[in-house]
Design a protein around this ligand. Sequence first.
Ligand SMILES: Cc1cc2nc3c(=O)[nH]c(=O)nc-3n(C[C@H](O)[C@H](O)[C@H](O)COP(=O)(O)OP(=O)(O)OC[C@H]3O[C@@H](n4cnc5c(N)ncnc54)[C@H](O)[C@@H]3O)c2cc1C
Length: 403
Amino acid sequence: MNYIDGKTYWKSKTQIKNTYPYLTYDTYCDVLIIGGGITGAITAYFLAKEGVNVIIAEKNIVRYGSTLASTAFLDYEASNDILKLEKTVGKTSASKIYKLCDDAINKIEEISVVINSSDSLKRQDMIYYTNKLFQKSYIKKECEKRRELGIDTDYIDYHKFVNLNGGIIAKDKTIVLNPYEFTQKLIRYLYDLPNVRIYENTNIVDVNPGAIDGVEAKTNNDFLILASNVIFSSGFETLKYMDKTPVELYRNFTIVSGKKDELKNLDHKFVAKDMQEPCHYIRFTDTGRVICSGEDVKLTDKFNDTKYLNNVAKDKYKKLYSYIQKTLPMSQNLSVDYAFNSIIADTKDNLPIIDEMPGMPNCFCNLGFGVNGILYSAIGGNILKDAIKGFYTKDMNLFKIIR
Ligand SMILES: Cc1cc2nc3c(=O)[nH]c(=O)nc-3n(C[C@H](O)[C@H](O)[C@H](O)COP(=O)(O)OP(=O)(O)OC[C@H]3O[C@@H](n4cnc5c(N)ncnc54)[C@H](O)[C@@H]3O)c2cc1C
């Protein structure tokens, strides 16, 4: 089953097209990162900065996984209301998770400056809203809760551009980026470092943690990489190494509209996220397009049938289109220039998995599942740079496989 189906947007917008060699010899390194999407790249960045000798092995082409389909806004809300998060993980942990998300946004911003990608990365307001009257009092309470935690938010019951009944606006609390360009530039930056090697078309087909000197990984061409540690950043494909995980797979749908000047010139750009299920979120591009994602459906074998997938996708794209029209009154008569869908994995609590691999000593995983995956990968990279040295921070307990 393909990761992505349909006509994607980010690739068409980005001219850089670097390629990397595939592995043609046996070798060794401190840390082997499996997967060359945005998570692998961000994880490698944290390690490389510490002077660790890193290899990224990507079975296909770097940045061509779900990274290519991402809506790519970074959500300080950890994809969870604080009121709900407090119930599932407790007050202290909930507040810690919000803090980690905030820090991760700053870290990604710092990386974008280092790799010269800051032009395509913008700070924007985050609007979390409902247009259901009965949810108004809940969202007010949620806003108060966030303010108690020191998060600078305001309750709104009107917005100039978004059709809402109640919402929480957080000024400059999110960033939007071009995930394809960001990953390309980051991988290129890493490639030029003396302690990082990148291999494309290098499928890791076997991982043996029982080797005498570390973990032995075998490629599809039978070459061996001996690593002191391995970090899996291979998305949902990592699940085959785990017996029980609280993870579900979905297909997520996205449309990208044609350009419209009014959308380019909004007073201040924002991301809008509806609290209603199935989840919908809207962001804008610098060229005046609307990107609208959501309408997730559980992934089943039926999606192997192209006809079935096309029928579902057609219906979902239509729903997203009418959602935009209903939510953004100034977006009437837009065309749809791109429409695509992708596999997305998510945990029950919408939090990432950053942990040791069960039964695999010296192997870890950085799995930024859910719609906040990019941000989570920075939390994971930061935690794992310490874990591979044997320093386990308390933060790691928040994101264990079984929790
Ligand atoms: C539609 C959609 C919208 C999203 N919106 C947002 C958003 O707004 N904000 C946000 O923060 N996140 C969002 N996400 C999530 C975010 O895009 C993902 O978390 C992120 O792109 C995942 O990156 P990754 O590197 O983990 O995975 P991928 O990009 O899928 O990369 C994993 C890579 O591992 C490689 N691989 C797998 N197995 C092997 C192997 N054995 N050997 C070598 N390589 C291997 C694959 O080929 C792949 O390239 C969204 C995701 C989707 C699908």
